[in-house]
Design a protein around this ligand. Structure first.
Ligand SMILES: [Zn+2]
Length: 345
């Protein structure tokens, strides 16, 4: 068993004295020290201090301090902190990763690859790839958790159209009423628990047969649900307290409305049309994952805690450039030119 990283008094004192970052500026300073960035990631990945091989899970290893990597006795291979995480094979240093991560977790409207390119001095292509990997980390599969489980839960259900050439709210609203959707638009269904969390799902059709199973999958039977007058929602009354707001007549009727979800859609669209230059439909769900992460973790948490939560989700996930784009030419790092070669940070 090799020595653990906190093996000198000086390093230990350093960590204790340096408070965790609270602002982006703090974070940039804090993580600009490679050793500190490394220690932070190790502590997050192996909180008990027991380092396990991401390939074979063996706890028998030897830490090579000068190279910040471990030699596994189980499979006889080396591993870095990046192996088995969204950072795997990235030539970018953790200082850059941490800064981008912080921005995406905490900027209300998100950040574009152009902004990251300028802020961190990497190519826009690298920045884009980086952001897509971070979005993967922020993804929540909501496994086994349903909305509307509380005694007086109210869940708004609504769809919106994203993308396409005509970005006209009135046209979108009319399309919702008539049911005619432009082919170039993606349809996203949202579920918003008032005072709670939001979930989204991209769908190809807004028919009863595909919409209702989604509602049942996401919302606990017995909860109050509020929808517009779309015919696909007819028949949910048996399992839910279903309030319908007919948008051809009015937008609010007592507690029955979908305005909370409308506000979330505005946030999403502001991010997509303003900050993000363009989004291919194929990548849309990643932007939704990102928006949901920020929205669902907006309360009872400061920026530092939100960042830490996001960072705690980087392990056990991987996204390669070819998986993302179908192309094999991964972006190269301009400073080192090392491409996607494995490099410990
Ligand atoms: Zn191993």
């Amino acid at each position: 068993m090799g020595k653990y990283i906190l093996d000198t008094r000086e390093e230990l004192a350093y960590i204790v004295l340096m408070k965790p970052p609270k602002t982006l500026q703090d974070a940039i300073v804090y993580f600009s020290d490679p050793q500190r960035a490394f220690d932070y990631a190790v502590k997050l990945r192996w909180p008990t201090g027991k380092v396990r091989c991401p390939r074979c899970n063996s706890a028998k290893n030897y830490f090579i301090k000068t190279r910040r990597l471990w030699l596994c006795r189980g499979c006889d291979k080396q591993f870095t902190i990046k192996v088995g995480t969204i950072f795997e094979d990235s030539p970018l240093g953790m200082d850059k990763w941490m800064a981008a991560f912080w921005m995406l977790c905490n900027c209300k409207n998100g950040i574009s690859s152009m902004e990251v390119h300028r802020a961190l001095g990497i190519t826009q292509k690298s920045a884009w790839f980086m952001l897509q990997r971070i979005r993967l980390a922020l993804q929540d599969d909501f496994f086994g958790k349903k909305l509307g489980s509380g005694p007086d839960s109210e869940v708004e259900v609504d769809e919106t159209f994203i993308g396409g050439k005509a970005r006209n709210m009135h046209k979108d609203r009319r399309a919702k009423l008539t049911g005619r959707i432009d082919d170039d638009k993606a349809v996203v269904v949202g579920f918003m628990e008032r005072g709670g969390q939001v979930r989204t799902q991209i769908v190809t059709r807004r028919r009863k047969y595909n919409m209702q199973p989604l509602v049942r999958e996401q919302v606990q039977a017995g909860a109050a649900i509020y929808t517009d007058a779309l015919k696909s929602y007819i028949g949910l009354d048996d399992d839910y307290k279903h309030g319908v707001i007919d948008h051809a007549v009015e937008y609010v009727h007592g507690r029955v409305h979908t305005n909370t979800l409308e506000n979330f859609w505005s946030l999403v669209k502001r991010g997509l049309h303003g900050t993000y230059v363009s989004v291919e439909p194929y990548h849309l769900y990643r932007y939704l994952d990102e928006q949901m992460f920020r929205f669902n973790n907006r309360k009872n948490m400061d920026d530092g805690q939100r960042f830490e939560l996001g960072m705690s989700q980087v392990f056990g996930k991987r996204l390669t450039y070819s998986e993302l784009t179908g192309k094999s030419d991964a972006p190269h790092h301009p400073e080192t030119g090392t491409g996607e070669a494995e490099a410990p940070f």
